[in-house]
Every structure is written in structure tokens, then in C-alpha cells.
Design a binder for this molecule. Structure first.
Ligand code: AGP
Length: 612
């Protein structure tokens, strides 16, 4: 949700900022802007649309500078116009902002009363004017920033420069991610370290409430005016591979990376057909005590949680609730003693999930309840990983496409590993069952690879969706969340309206939608529910619906008139949802490409939803 990049160096950083913005574009892409300090003034360019538009403008204007900030926007307050694009300037101050200033209206009224003119509809512009006002007292820039930050309510990250301070970049983190890239004789800031990988692999992770002063030679971090230490961490090369390679889109690359990504997830936990001794060993005491699970997540991560509920309850007899974080956080749910709260999040920064976690921790502490928290996440340095008692990394590598693919299947893999671990600790899972599932998990990357080889058949089917306006996805058991996920994938990247349903619900309403023009996607692994699912397929056919069936190769389901079948390699029932994710991802991808949408950056969306 908006991307910030900034730097202070000896050399001109214009190209570094533009390259950084391109890497951050997944966070928002409705407008972009840059402000550089040069010849004692702020040089600013902003453009509506993608970063390439800004790049052309900057090249034409030939603006150069060794101190600057840049921003790619996902509009919250005010339309995606040039005036609303960041950086916002007030006199000699330029500011970029990620997050939301909740009390901006109030602050704006006060500033207007003081004679300030607002040129945008954003909440962010107040920050620039507040700093200008604070500077009038004669305070130096850093102090002026320290004075105004407590006036801001909400969640935000800020990058600030001033034309009279040509060697100072100020960064503020208060609820939105911000990282410092440590260079040699130059230093940088960004919402995501990915943006800075071309210039450094050394990072300092700011904490909530930190205000940092960066110059070419030093980085100082303050909390309420006191200097604090933040360690510098070095990233290894495997984390840094972010190119599209030979693939047309990041999403396609990430779909094909799944066998390897799942292998990585497994390697940290399994030793042959047993769990490694060191896997989640610090959590054993907590796992012993817990009596139930509460999963909190959003979007695709929520679907992963829905599947885990079947596993926790059926495999290890542990009650499990799953809830969308944006609901959980506001309904004052009862916090139950001896509950393990699990946050699932690719980014580890999703605002609703993070807020739900913090609220739960606060309320549990107030009542002296014994709860434990665990994050399943793809970003080791994220807020959720830092703020929970335990974490389990998915190790999928960076996921750039807005539509989540490899993050989802590795979340499922990690969740199954967690189920095995808790079952082992609580002795509710027989060793033989654990060994059997572990063996199936080791085999999983090969099954995924075989499923990926169905690509050509799925591409063929996708042509039949291009002209459609609606689509239904149906599944039972753990395939029900896959039906929801398939529908989410299709709508988010192809803009076709799609609904996912538990197939048993069909006759309770959605069957009314079925006619000759309604494609119905069926997820049909060979499990106990297969016969019931076949009856649901007949109900659709009887109403003239066209079936697109992803069916186990031994299910006996064959292609026939208005029934197109893609045979999916056989897999154990427990792992079927991971394998059936592949055809729905490929279907959505191909339909989107044929419809000519922006697959990696679909309209109105952003990869990391760090605002409400
Ligand atoms: C799905 O394709 C989306 N990218 C979205 O639903 C996503 O899963 C959701 O915003 C949660 O993100 P998180 O996993 O980073 O918390």
C-alpha cells in the first residue's frame, strides 16, 4: 500500500530511486513521484499511472540529485491525480507517506487557519505543512520532525527531505513498514528491502516509533529523542532473486516455482519421514498447554486457514476457529485461555491481521490469560514475525505478482507441518500417520510438477472463459476453500465475477444462476465425497451449465458434451487442496492473459495491504 524509497549519497540517486519504485510498484501503481534536493531547492516530478510515466518525465527534465525521496501510490484519500501524487511539498520540505493519518481533517483545519494552502486532497500533505510550521521556531529539521510526529494519529511511514539540509534524510516508522539500506558512503530507505537490492544487501529494520536520521556517513535512530541501536543484517543471495527470468509475468514464474518453494518449506521441518528435532522446538511448551486454535488472516491467507481447520480437527482432534482479520479485530471476540492464535500472512504486514493480533495480545494480558501466538509468514523481518511468540517461515522467496500463488501453497505446506508438530507434542497423532503424511509431503513437489504439466490443456479451456461475465467454483471438504480461492484468483486478475461455493450449498441458492452461459469449475479429487460431488455435477448439467472439471485421474470422470475434464495426478486426500490449487491458478492466469488485463498488477489492488 504505497511504496517509499529514498536515499542520500555522493552520486546522483535519480536512477536508483526510479529503479526502486519499479520494484515497489506491486505496492501501488496509480501514480508516482520523486523529489530531489539540488542547487538548494526541491526538484519534483509527479505523474499519474505507472512508474514508467514518471521515468520518462524525469529523463526529459534531467533532474539529478544526491538526496531524494520517491513514492508509488495506492490511493486512499483523494483520486489518483498528479496533485494527489507524492512527494508533497511545503515551502522547502518534501514528504512521502505510506499509511493513513486518521486525524488529518482536524490538523488541516488548524493549518488552514494559520494560512497554509493545500494543493491536494490527501491526508499526507498535512505532514509537510506541520514540519514547515515547526521549523519556524528555529528548530533544526530532525527536532521539527520529532515535534510533529506525536500530533499524527494513525499508521504511517514517512520519508522527509529539506532543501537547506542537503545531506539529511529523515525516516519515521509508526505502524507502516520501513527499512534502511546500509551502503558505503550512502544510505537508503524503503518500504521493502526488495527495492534496494541493486544497491545493498545490508539492512537495518526500524521498529514502531523509530525516527532515523540518515546522512551519507551515518545512521542514527531515535526513540523519543533517545539514541537507540538497531542491528544491521545481511541478506543472503537466495533471497535476492527477483527477476522475471524468461517468464512473461511474475505470476507465471511464481506458479512454476511452487515445487521448489514447497521443497524449501519442507526442508526446515522434515528429516526423512520424521519431524526434525529442532523444528519449532521453542514452541513445545506452549503447544503442550494449548487446547484450541484461532486462526486470523485475510484473503488468500484466510483460505489457507480454512483448510487448516479441517486438518487440525480431523487429524489431531484440536478445535480450530478461523476468522477474517477485519471482522475479528472489531467484534471484541472472547479471548479464551490456552488458545494458540495463528496469524497467516504472506507479507506479515497486513494491517487488519496485525491489528487483530495486537488487540488480542493486549486483551489477553489485561485478563492475565495464557495464550500463545504464532505467525506463518513469507517475510522473516516482518512485523508479525517479530510480534508473535513463535513463527514458521514459508520460505517461498519473494512473491511479486499481486495474486498470491506460491505463498498460498507454501502456507498450506507449513500449516500441515504445524499440525504434525502439534499432534506429535500432544500425542494425538499416531507415529505411523505422521510418517505417512511426511512421506506424502516429500513426494508433493513431484505431484505439483506433474500438475503443472497440465498447462496446455488448461490453456485450451481458458479460451472458453474469455467472453464470460460470471463463473462458479464448487468443491467439498478441503476443496471448498480451494473453490473460494479459485474464484478470488479469477476475479482479481481477469475481472470476471466469480463465486466459490461448497458444492452441497448449490441447491440452497446458487443453482438459480446456472444456465447455458454459466461456466462451473469443479474440484474433484478422489475422496469420500466424490459420489456426492458427482450428483452436484449432474444438477448443474440438468440446468444447461457447462462443467470444467479438475478431476483425479482415477475418478472415472470423463469429458463429454459440455463437460471438459482435465485429469489431475492422484494425491493423498490430506494434500489434495495443495495440488488442486495449481489448475485454478493456471486457469485464472490464462484467462487474464487472453482478456488482456494487467496480470501482475491488477486494477485497484496492491500486494501488501498495510492500510485498512
Ligand atoms: C490474493 O491473491 C491477494 N493477494 C490477497 O487476498 C492477500 O492474500 C491478502 O491481502 C492477505 O495478504 P497477506 O497474506 O500478505 O496478509
Amino acid at each position: 500500500m504505497c511504496g517509499i524509497v529514498g536515499g542520500v549519497a555522493e552520486r546522483s540517486i535519480t536512477n536508483i530511486l526510479i529503479e526502486g519504485l519499479k520494484r515497489l510498484e506491486y505496492r501501488g501503481y496509480d501514480s508516482a513521484g520523486v523529489a530531489l534536493v539540488g542547487q538548494g531547492q526541491i526538484l519534483r516530478e509527479r505523474r499519474v499511472g505507472k512508474v514508467v510515466n514518471l521515468e520518462s518525465a524525469v529523463t526529459e527534465a534531467q533532474i539529478l540529485g544526491s538526496l531524494g525521496i520517491a513514492h508509488t501510490r495506492w490511493a486512499t484519500h483523494g483520486k489518483p491525480t498528479e496533485n494527489n501524487a507524492h512527494p508533497h511539498v511545503s515551502d522547502q520540505v518534501a514528504v512521502v507517506h505510506n499509511g493513513i493519518i486518521e486525524n488529518y481533517q482536524e490538523l488541516k483545519q488548524d493549518l488552514i487557519a494559520l494560512g497554509y494552502h493545500f494543493s491536494s486532497e490527501t491526508d499526507s500533505e498535512v505532514v509537510a505543512h506541520l514540519i514547515t510550521e515547526a521549523l519556524k521556531s528555529g528548530a533544526p529539521l530532525l527536532q521539527a520532525v520529532e515535534q510533529i510526529v506525536p500530533k499524527l494519529k494513525g499508521a504511517f511511514a514517512l520519508g522527509i527531505v529539506h532543501s537547506d539540509y542537503p545531506d539529511e534524510l529523515i525516516a519515521v516508522r509508526e505502524g507502516s513498514p520501513l527499512v534502511i539500506g546500509v551502503g558505503i558512503g550512502e544510505n537508503f530507505i524503503s518500504s521493502d528491502q526488495l527495492a534496494l537490492l541493486p544497491v545493498t544487501n545490508r539492512f537495518m529494520y526500524l521498529e514502531e516509533g523509530d525516527i532515523a536520521l540518515l546522512t551519507r556517513e551515518k545512521i542514527e535512530v531515535f526513540v523519543q529523542g533517545q539514541l537507540v541501536e538497531r542491528p544491521v543484517k545481511e541478506l543472503d543471495a537466495t533471497v535476492t532473486n527477483t527477476s522475471k527470468g524468461n517468464y512473461k509475468h511474475y505470476m507465471l514464474k511464481e506458479i512454476h516455482e511452487q515445487p521448489e518453494a514447497i521443497q524449501q518449506t519442507l526442508s526446515q521441518a522434515l528429516n526423512g519421514n520424521a519431524l526434525r528435532e529442532d523444528f519449532l522446538k521453542d514452541a513445545v511448551i506452549d503447544f503442550n498447554q494449548i487446547q484450541q486454535i484461532q486462526i486470523i488472516a485475510c484473503g488468500t491467507s484466510y483460505h489457507a486457514g480454512m483448510i487448516a481447520k479441517y486438518w487440525f480437527e480431523q487429524l489431531i482432534d484440536l478445535p480450530c476457529q478461523v476468522e477474517i482479520a477485519s471482522e475479528f479485530r472489531y467484534r471484541s471476540p472472547v479471548i479464551v485461555d490456552r488458545t494458540l492464535y495463528i496469524c497467516i500472512s504472506q507479507s506479515g504486514e497486513t494491517a487488519d491481521t496485525l491489528a487483530a493480533l495486537r488487540d488480542t495480545q493486549k486483551r489477553a494480558a489485561a485478563k492475565h490469560l495464557m495464550i500463545s501466538t504464532l505467525t506463518i509468514c513469507n517475510v522473516a523481518t516482518s512485523s508479525m514475525v517479530r510480534e508473535t511468540n513463535h513463527h514458521l517461515l514459508t520460505l517461498a522467496g519473494p512473491e511479486i505478482g499481486v495474486a498470491s500463488t506460491k505463498a498460498f501453497t507454501t502456507q498450506l505446506t507449513a500449516l500441515m507441518l504445524l499440525v504434525l508438530k502439534i499432534g506429535q507434542v500432544k500425542q494425538t497423532l499416531a507415529d505411523s500417520v505422521l510418517a505417512e503424511i511426511a512421506a506424502d509431503l516429500w513426494h508433493l513437489p513431484k505431484v505439483i510438477l506433474a500438475a503443472l504439466q497440465k498447462d496446455a490443456s488448461i490453456l485450451g479451456l481458458s479460451e472458453l472463459f474469455v467472453e464470460k461475465n460470471h463463473c462458479l467454483f464448487l468443491g467439498r471438504g478441503t476443496e471448498f476453500p480451494i473453490a473460494l480461492e479459485g474464484a478470488l484468483k479469477l476475479k482479481e486478475i481477469s475481472y470476471i465475477h466469480a463465486e466459490g461455493y461448497a458444492a452441497g450449498e448449490l441447491k440452497h441458492g446458487p443453482l438459480a444462476l446456472v444456465d447455458n452461459d454459466m461456466p462451473v469449475v469443479i474440484l474433484a479429487p478422489k475422496d469420500d465425497m466424490l459420489d456426492k460431488l458427482k450428483s452436484n455435477m449432474e444438477e448443474v448439467q440438468a440446468r444447461g451449465g457447462e462443467l470444467f472439471v479438475f478431476a483425479d485421474e482415477n475418478s472415472g470422470i470423463q469429458s463429454q458434451d459440455r463437460q471438459h475434464v482435465v485429469k489431475i495426478p492422484s494425491v493423498s486426500n490430506w494434500l489434495a487442496p495443495i495440488v488442486y490449487s495449481i489448475p485454478v491458478q493456471l486457469l485464472s492466469y490464462h484467462v487474464a492473459v487472453l482478456r488482456g488485463t494487467d496480470v501482475d498488477q491488477p486494477r485497484n489492488l496492491a500486494k501488501s495491504v498495510t492500510v485498512e
